[in-house]
Design a protein around this ligand. Structure first.
Ligand SMILES: [Zn+2]
Length: 297
């Protein structure tokens, strides 16, 4: 049941530079605490608690403040118009009639979701291949789940079409410039089977670039500038590598294999992504290469 308070985790891309040089933090994760309430699937995008975003804490202990806090509106406040792929075989669902284990209903729903669904499906297939075989990545997930592929297969997907699509630029302490990219994906921490992964259609899962919006304190003007490249960990946005990494990262939260990374405090989101990369990089890049080869045929 869904009566306990839960948390939503989101992957976002996070870049930061200072006037004295450039320091890039390729990824952060936004952690959203949600008030306790039942979570019927149909209500998922509605009534979200206001989100607090924090920036700066990922930089180093030299920047303990959270300069962008309060200045940036979180996308999770938006009433999401979303398409979703909900597995009707979820035991919590009232519509289990006709469910057969031989059918992959999530796959069918994604296939019917149009282009976003196709991209998610492609990454999902590759991740399933990774999890179904013996390798360092699947062994890592088996620390928490003896059959991670079976659990991953139950995950539903939805897309957030109202997710933010701009890089937000703001000033932090010591005139530091902070760039916060749109969030990429989010999921409830420790949700287990039949969890729903929400992917921002305007984030780095689907786009390699995002326009920059400068935010000035004290109600100053908002100005738009040219696009910046987005990325997920070491991979450029809108690549199969990045998409696999996003799904593996979120799956790590679903299994509680990765710790919560609220607001990227102490750079935990970056650490989590690095952890996924550490165990799964070889498989991610192997699957991506294999996909590229087959595309030539
Ligand atoms: Zn995370």
């Amino acid at each position: 049941m869904y009566s306990a308070p839960r948390s939503i985790l989101a992957v976002a891309v996070f870049l930061m530079s200072s006037l004295s040089g450039t320091v890039a933090f390729p990824q952060t994760v936004k952690f959203i605490r949600r008030a306790a309430e039942p979570l019927p699937v149909a209500n998922l995008p509605l009534g979200r608690a206001p989100c607090i975003r924090e920036s700066g804490s990922a930089v180093s202990l030299s920047y303990p403040a959270t300069p962008a806090r309060g200045d940036v509106k979180s996308p999770c406040d938006a009433s999401a118009m979303s398409m979703r792929s909900v597995n009707p075989c979820n035991p919590a669902s009232l519509t289990q009639i006709g469910c057969k284990t031989s059918r992959d209903l999530v796959q069918e729903d994604l296939a019917a979701m149009g282009k976003p669904g196709q991209k998610i499906l492609r990454a999902r297939d590759r991740v399933l291949e990774i999890l179904q075989t013996e390798n360092a990545c699947s062994a890592w997930f088996r620390e928490k789940d003896s059959n991670p592929a079976d659990t991953f297969r139950t995950l539903g997907f939805e897309v957030d079409r109202n997710g933010e699509g701009f890089v937000l630029e703001s000033k932090g302490p010591s005139n530091m410039t902070i760039f916060r990219n749109p969030y990429v994906a989010k999921v409830f921490q420790g949700d287990g089977q039949y969890a729903t992964v929400t992917i921002n259609t305007n984030g780095a899962f689907f786009y390699a670039m995002a326009g920059v919006v400068e935010l000035w304190k004290e109600g100053g003007p908002i100005s738009h500038r040219g696009p910046r490249l987005t990325n997920v960990g070491p991979y450029a946005g809108d690549t199969i590598n990045a998409q696999m990494l996003v799904l593996l990262h979120e799956f790590g939260h679903v299994l509680d294999l990765l710790p919560a990374d609220e607001n990227n405090v102490d750079g935990k989101s970056v650490q989590n992504t690095n952890e996924v990369v550490r165990f799964c990089r070889a498989e991610i890049e192997s699957k991506a290469r294999r996909g590229a080869l087959s595309a030539w045929r």
